[in-house]
Design a protein around this ligand. Structure first.
Ligand SMILES: Nc1ncnc2c1ncn2[C@@H]1O[C@H](COP(=O)(O)OP(=O)(O)OP(=O)(O)O)[C@@H](O)[C@H]1O
Length: 308
C-alpha cells in the first residue's frame, strides 16, 4: 500500500503537488493520470524519498520508503529508464543492484528471462533501444520480488508485443495481491490495464475511483433497423433524442429494454441494440478540461463512444 497524507511539494513559485491525500491499494492495478505538469512524477519521487515534501508524508507499506531495511524487497520502482550507466551490461547492472540489496545472484537470470532480455544480457545498456531500456528498468524494479511496484510511464517506448507483455505482467502482479501503481498518458492502454484510477490536475486530486465508475455512464444506444423512420417516430417523446446515422439510429434518453419493447409493440424489426459508453479518453478529458496547463488550439473536435 502507498499512502499519501496531505502531501505538498512546492518548487519556488510552482506548487507541483497540492495537499494530496490518497491511498494506492493492493490487489489492483492503479493508474495515475493527469495532464503534463500535473505533478505525477513529483508525487512518485516523493514516494521514493528522492524529493523531500514541503509538507505532508508518504508511506510505503506503513513507513517512509527510505526507512525500510530492505527497500528493494518492499518496493520496486522505475522512474527513468535511461538512468543506467551506458557502459554497463544489463547483467552487470542487475547484479550490482542484487549484491547491494542482499539478493541472490541467480535472481538476476530469472529477472532477465522474465523481462525478455536474456539474449542481450551481456550487451551494454547504452546500446539499448528505449523499449529495451524500459524492460531493463522494469527488471530492476522486480529484482527484490517486491510487494509494491511503482512505474512511471512503463509502456513508453514498448512495441505492441511489449505493451501486451507488460499489461499481462502488471495484471498478474496485482492478482498476486501486490500494489501496482503506474502512470501513463495512453488512455486506451489504461482502459485495458488499470482497475482503479487516480487523477491529478495542477497537483490536486480530482478523481480516485474504479475505472468502471469513470467510464460506466451509459450515454446512448445504437439501433440497427431497416425501418428507422418509423421507429424514430414511435420513440419520439420529451427527453428522448433520436439521431439517424449510418444504417440505423443513435438514441439517447431511452435504454435498450425500452427501445426493444417499443419496436416489438409496433412490429418493427431491430437487428442490433448496442449500449454506448463514454471512452476513458472522453471521461478523462471531461475531468481535466479545466486543469490543462499546456495546450494547443484544437484542430478538430472529436469524441469517441465505445460499445461494450
Ligand atoms: N525540480 C524541479 N524544479 C522546479 N520545478 C519542477 C521540478 N520538477 C517539477 N517541477 C514542476 O512541477 C510541476 C509538476 O511536474 P511533474 O513533472 O511532477 O508533472 P507530471 O504530471 O509528471 O508531468 P508530465 O506528464 O509532463 O511528465 C511542473 O510545473 C514542473 O515544471
Amino acid at each position: 500500500m502507498i499512502e499519501f497524507h496531505d502531501l505538498t511539494k512546492v518548487y519556488g513559485t510552482t506548487t507541483a503537488v497540492d495537499h494530496l491525500t490518497v491511498t494506492v491499494r493492493p490487489g489492483v492495478v492503479t493508474g495515475f493520470l493527469g495532464p503534463n505538469g500535473a505533478g505525477k512524477s513529483t508525487a512518485m519521487r516523493a514516494v521514493l524519498g528522492l524529493d523531500r515534501p514541503t509538507s505532508g508524508t508518504v508511506l510505503v507499506a506503513g513507513r517512509p520508503f527510505v526507512e525500510h531495511p530492505a527497500p528493494l524487497h518492499t518496493m520496486g520502482a522505475l522512474l527513468d529508464a535511461r538512468a543506467v550507466h551506458p557502459s554497463r551490461t544489463a547483467h552487470r547492472h542487475l547484479l550490482g543492484l542484487a549484491r547491494s540489496n542482499g539478493i541472490e545472484p541467480r535472481r538476476v537470470d530469472e529477472v532477465l528471462d522474465l523481462v525478455g532480455l536474456s539474449a542481450v544480457a551481456h550487451r551494454k545498456a547504452g546500446t539499448f533501444s528505449l523499449g529495451m531500456a524500459q524492460r531493463l528498468g522494469i527488471g530492476a524494479a522486480l529484482l527484490g520480488d517486491p510487494q509494491v511496484i511503482m512505474l512511471d510511464e512503463p509502456v513508453n517506448g514498448l512495441d505492441p508485443d511489449g505493451i501486451r507483455w507488460i499489461r499481462t505482467l502488471l495484471k498478474s502482479l496485482a492478482a498476486e495481491g501486490r500494489t501496482v501503481f503506474i502512470s501513463s498518458h495512453l488512455m486506451s492502454e489504461m482502459a485495458l490495464t488499470a482497475d482503479h484510477l487516480i487523477v491529478l490536475g495542477r497537483g490536486r486530486l480530482i478523481a480516485d475511483a474504479p475505472l468502471a465508475d469513470l467510464t460506466g455512464t451509459r450515454t446512448a444506444v445504437r439501433v440497427r433497423t431497416p425501418e428507422g423512420t418509423r421507429l424514430a417516430a414511435v420513440l419520439a417523446r420529451p427527453g428522448v433524442t433520436v439521431t439517424p446515422d449510418d444504417g440505423g439510429l443513435t438514441v439517447t434518453g431511452a435504454d435498450s429494454d425500452e427501445i426493444a419493447a417499443t419496436a416489438l409493440a409496433v412490429g418493427v424489426l431491430v437487428t442490433e441494440l448496442t449500449p454506448l459508453h463514454d471512452s476513458l479518453e472522453d471521461a478523462y478529458l471531461a475531468l481535466t478540461k479545466d486543469e490543462v496547463e499546456y495546450s494547443a488550439q484544437p484542430t478538430t473536435a472529436t469524441t469517441t463512444k465505445v460499445a461494450r
